[in-house]
Design a protein around this ligand. Structure first.
Ligand code: GLC
Length: 481
């Protein structure tokens, strides 16, 4: 199997291109530190990634997108001081109806005890690789505003914890060394910044942000400074993964997309900053039909179901997308949440996603010590074992030609159609309806055993073993003309 690496976003190349370190690259700006009060401006230096982009490189994100769509499977990581309290990240201080048993004061002060001494980013990257995941996306700043990187523009950050080390920097180094593309989740909502909301009030009273206040532009400037830090100091980034929640138009998304394109032309941008972005982000669910351009796929609410065409779209109509999902029910570490999805369920979800042409971003919430809990590891390694044998039916595939099989799913690549069987037939015969082309050969993808088949109508009937070789998903490869 060919290993795909985004060579066009190599670190050296990007740094050379960005002119890092050159005096001409740095322009003076003004910054409002998040700890400061409104109007308390202090001079700062905006990290700038360099001169205006060479127009020849302006479309580099399209190459990244093509690579990303083949990569299919990534690791999402939600981490912060909240892991100490086994509560969801940010929401305990935002939700109008408190349900996590922690006050805002307790929550925002957790960082004073955060000391993840067992944090080993190399081990995280190795785990992602063992799971067959081909990129990672990390929460650099969630809605609570706490920065997991050593930002020059706030004091509410990882280097001011007892741990003191820059966890984003360490992860970026480990990823770059191990050739693992890394993306940055960055939340536009920021409960800590006095430009985002009046922080003399509880966050649950104004967590949507207050764009009508005169401080708002200062907050947008703070976002820009931090995004420049992430792109230039910790990059190259495969994606900036925004999470704008509601009324995203208040973030002036076009400005940020243009800034990212100018400074890091190979970086993708998702669709949660009020502009369409490079890909859609359904959350905790797989769309019922193949997403197409022009239909917005919202996070948790499947409003798009009827707007998507029921017949197979043409390849150029398809919109890239990525389902993000938790393994239990919490994004951050929560020792009380024992509601783990099974390895079988997760494998089938990955297959379901691939059958509709999407990507799967599967989340882990690391512990307060910095490790990834055994229940997550076991499932990730289980998926990886399955992918080792069946990866050809996932990586580099496109949506399958048969979208309504009752017993499984299909994916396709080159001259192969992969039939994923979840419900094994009882009578040793598997019926595959019309593939729109002639079948030349059928094999079991794991092991390569050839299977006898005969035409039935426009489809084929395949003679299969009595028992499913893999009850989670057995893949048959149909070579077609
Ligand atoms: C939601 C949640 C947020 C989480 C994100 C991941 O938007 O607000 O907590 O990070 O989903 O998609």
């Amino acid at each position: 199997m060919k290993t795909l690496t985004p060579t066009h976003i190599s670190r050296r190349g990007l740094l050379q291109f960005l002119g890092a370190g050159s005096a001409a690259a740095v322009s003076p700006r003004w910054a409002l530190g998040a700890g400061a009060g409104p109007g308390d401006l202090k001079p700062g230096t905006a990290p700038s990634c360099g001169e205006a982009v060479d127009p020849g490189r302006a479309q580099e994100w399209q190459k990244t997108l093509a690579w990303w769509q083949e990569a299919k499977f990534g690791m999402f990581i939600h981490w912060g001081p909240c892991s100490l309290a086994s509560v969801e990240i940010s929401w305990p201080i935002m939700e109008p109806e408190p349900q996590w048993g922690i006050t805002q004061d307790e929550y925002v002060n957790l960082y004073k005890r955060f000391n993840p001494v067992k944090y080993d980013p190399t081990a995280w990257v190795e785990l992602a690789k063992a799971a067959g995941q081909r990129y990672m996306v990390f929460t650099t700043k969630h809605h609570d505003g706490f920065c997991m990187f050593n930002s020059s523009f706030t004091d509410y950050k990882i280097t001011n914890t007892p741990y003191q080390k820059d966890v984003v920097g360490m992860l970026a180094d480990a990823c770059h060394k191990q050739n693992m593309p890394l993306g940055f989740y960055y939340s536009p909502p920021d409960m800590h910044h006095p430009g985002f909301r009046d922080t003399s009030k509880l966050a649950r009273e104004n967590w949507h942000g207050q764009p009508a206040r005169p401080e708002w532009p200062l907050y947008l400037h703070y976002m820009e400074l931090q995004l420049r830090e992430l792109l230039c100091r910790y990059g190259p980034a495969v994606v900036i993964w925004f999470d704008g929640l509601d009324h995203q138009e208040k973030y002036d998304g076009y400005h940020f997309v243009r800034m990212i394109r100018e400074n890091s032309p190979g970086t993708l941008v998702n669709n949660r900053i009020g502009v369409p972005g490079d890909f859609e982000t359904p959350e905790q669910r797989v769309p019922k039909r193949i997403p197409v351009k022009g239909v917005r796929i919202s996070g948790t609410n499947p409003a798009e179901a009827n707007a998507l065409p029921s017949k197979l779209p043409n390849p150029e109509e398809v919109k890239p997308w990525e389902t993000c999902m938790t393994i239990n029910n919490t994004w951050a570490y929560n020792s009380h949440d024992r509601n783990f999805k099974s390895t079988e369920h997760l494998i089938r979800t990955l297959v379901d996603v691939a059958s509709k042409g999407g990507n799967f971003l599967l989340n882990v919430g690391p512990t307060p010590e910095g490790t990834i809990q055994p229940e997550f590891q076991e499932r990730l390694r289980g998926i990886g074992e399955w992918l080792k044998v069946n990866g050809d039916s996932i990586y580099g595939t496109k949506y399958g030609p048969l979208q309504d099989l009752t017993y499984g799913r299909t994916t396709a690549k080159g001259n192969s159609v992969y039939v994923h069987v979840f419900e094994w037939p009882k009578d040793k015969k598997l019926e595959v309806p019309d593939l729109g082309t002639r079948v030349a050969k059928v094999t079991l993808l794991a092991g390569g055993q050839r299977l006898h088949f005969e035409p039935v109508g426009n489809g084929v009937s395949i003679e299969v073993p009595a028992q499913a070789p893999d009850s989670r998903d057995t893949v048959l490869e149909c070579a077609v003309y």
